[in-house]
Design a binder for this molecule. Structure first.
Ligand SMILES: [Mg+2]
Length: 217
């Protein structure tokens, strides 16, 4: 088979925090380790700050080092059904990748703890340095200037390659993704947003419910 033909016609792109985890990992870190707490995250939620500013300003008040942060987040649970969802997509010949406005570091750390490896993860990057933290945003796109990782630009990239995208998400950083995805599976704030904007959405209660409601995008 030629490489072109082996590209899956459908790709499932899935948010991480709150969709595959029981709690938002970033909020968990902020409330436990940042002297400023949720101050900048709350401004981000009002669209007053970009993700880049939120991360830099909040982590500037974090004293903890990487091992301490990892020990704390190792207690965060994935929601039931993550491995089943990945297997479900594979069985159907769909691509699967994680699309997150969080940090690739903790996503891979948590997946690895649960024996899930080799996932494609689009997310923001953190660097642990002697005197603090640095960040980079390899998936930034100027068309979504408030976001570090432009979920919308990544979906459009799949579209340009002729692939259809089913998007799964729950929150504010998923809105621009829902605007362009071929099918949206939503819970939480994302469902409310889709209904308000007239975007068709398949609401789901949990990942097992999502797999039961699966329709081809
Ligand atoms: Mg989320």
């Amino acid at each position: 088979m030629m490489a072109e033909e082996s590209r899956p016609s459908t790709v499932v792109l899935c948010d991480f925090d709150g969709t595959l985890t029981k709690v938002n990992v970033m909020d968990y870190i902020y409330t436990r380790f940042a002297a400023c707490g949720m101050k900048f995250a709350e401004r981000w939620a009002r669209d007053e700050l970009s993700t880049m500013e939120e991360l830099r300003q909040t982590f500037a008040t974090v004293q903890a080092k990487r091992p301490e942060l990892e020990a704390a987040i190792s207690k965060i649970e994935l929601v039931p059904g993550v491995e089943e969802l990945i297997a479900f997509c594979k069985d159907r010949g769909h691509g699967f990748a994680i699309l997150s406005e969080g940090l690739r570091w903790y996503i891979e750390y948590l997946l690895d703890l649960h024996g899930i490896t080799g996932m494609m993860v689009y997310a923001n990057e953190i660097f642990f340095e002697e005197n603090g933290f640095k960040f980079s945003f390899p998936w930034f796109d100027p068309r979504t200037p408030l976001r570090g990782t432009s979920k919308q630009a990544i979906i459009k990239h799949y579209h340009e390659r002729g692939q259809r995208v089913a998007f799964v998400g729950d929150g504010r950083s998923d809105y621009e993704a829902a605007d362009v995805a071929d099918t949206v599976y939503g819970c939480g704030l994302l469902t409310d947003y889709c209904r308000k904007e007239g975007i068709p959405v398949v609401p789901f209660a949990d990942l097992n419910d999502l797999m039961n409601k699966w329709r081809e995008p």
